[in-house]
Design a protein around this ligand. Structure first.
Ligand code: F6R
Length: 366
């Protein structure tokens, strides 16, 4: 059942080229310019005319929501709020006509997300669901939706569901952007073509496994980790830290790289591993400066960089090279080495990777 892999988590990490392609199936065809999500019918018009998008989710799905915030704002020019379902539901939130709500959940059973949906519904909102489990409570509670089609995710730590969620949300954003006229035809087509290349790029990131295993051996006894990224890679930093915490029980924090100087920099010494997600994008130079600041304090830098980068390898102790892609799609690729890093560290520490202590796959109580 684990397909020859020692754990479900590793199997699911390796399934990502396929789960992302499955997510495209029947929806995306770059050569013909076809992009259509069957579940986006009436809702598409609402979204095209939306004044605001409110995304509600928990945990890793909330991180996918953060990536979506950057994508929707960039391509659709619609303001987006990303809310923890547990906060949203107890805050008497302001929902107005012209707001659209997107709920994201792998299991479709998360109690807080479900309650947040019911609350938003009672205030008149129309809710769009992005779920993995077909027929789940959240899939049924939402008005329309798009399944991620990632297949069953058994490992408690979410991996392939995360990349499938971002894939669906990217397709949604591009569809809406085209209808709103906030994306040029040229850029739209470039993005569709680029989306189709993602499974092959994820495959290349998976080929880094042996290198990541070696790095894991070096850091497996660390007691803390810092993950830093900026722009599209900021949610990836949060997700990398969450994966490590969940399965290896090492304390880890994800932070926007530029916020480092407002606090976390105080933690940096020769014992602090700092994972930078520092791919070539619009914030590259600024992240390079942050790497220098960490090096100056003897922090141990592990950097995820774009293939062919020569600058960061001259500064970081370890560099992991991933293929280049559009910065808006980079989270789909840059998260993969972080999934593998947390997996190997957890295995080396003798942890129960698929069923970490204190965690459940579906959090059906608040
Ligand atoms: C992280 C993880 C959790 C879930 C969260 C939401 O690896 O598994 O943080 O992401 O409990 O679950 P869903 O997406 O099922 O609503």
């Amino acid at each position: 059942e684990k397909g020859g892999y020692p754990h479900f988590m590793l199997k699911e990490i390796y399934e990502q080229p396929k789960s992302i392609s499955d997510c495209f199936r029947g929806r995306l065809n770059a050569s013909t310019g076809h992009l259509l999500l069957g579940g986006l019918r009436e809702y598409a018009n609402k979204m095209v005319n939306a004044d605001r998008i409110v995304i509600i989710a928990c945990g890793t799905s909330w991180h996918a929501g953060l990536v979506a915030e950057y994508i929707f704002e960039e391509f659709c020019r619609i303001p987006v709020e990303v809310e923890y379902a547990s906060e949203f539901r107890y805050r008497n939130p302001v929902i107005k006509e012209g707001d659209v709500v997107i709920a994201i959940s792998q299991s479709g059973e998360t109690a807080d997300t479900l309650a947040a949906i019911e609350l938003a519904k009672s205030k008149g909102a129309v809710i769009f669901g992005v779920c993995n489990v077909v027929g789940s409570s959240i899939a049924r509670a939402t008005h329309e939706g798009a399944y991620t089609h990632a297949g069953p995710e058994i490992g408690v730590a979410s991996t392939k569901a995360f990349t499938a969620q971002i894939t669906v949300l990217s397709m949604m954003a591009l569809m809406i952007a085209q209808r709103r006229g906030t994306i040029s035809e040229r850029r739209y087509h470039e993005m569709l073509v680029e989306l189709e290349t993602i499974p092959a790029k994820v495959e290349k990131a998976l080929a880094l496994n042996a290198q990541i295993e070696q790095i894991s051996e070096i850091f497996k006894d660390a007691t803390n980790f810092l993950y830093l990224g900026r722009g599209y890679n900021f949610p990836v930093a949060l997700e990398g830290a969450l994966k490590l915490k969940e399965i290896s029980y090492i304390h880890a924090e994800g932070y926007p790289a530029a916020e480092m100087k407002h606090g976390p920099i105080a933690l940096i010494d020769e014992n602090m591993p700092v994972v930078f997600i520092a791919t070539k994008d619009s914030s590259y130079e600024k992240v390079v400066s942050n790497i220098q600041e960490v090096r100056a304090r003897k922090g141990r830098v592990i950097a995820i960089v774009t293939e062919g980068d020569t600058l960061i390898p001259s500064m970081a102790e370890f560099t992991i090279e991933v293929p280049a892609t559009d910065e808006a799609l980079m989270p789909l690729v840059s998260v993969v080495p972080l999934q593998l890093l947390s997996y190997h560290i957890a295995v080396m520490r003798g942890c129960n990777v698929d069923q970490p202590r204190n965690l459940a796959k579906s959090v059906t109580v608040e």
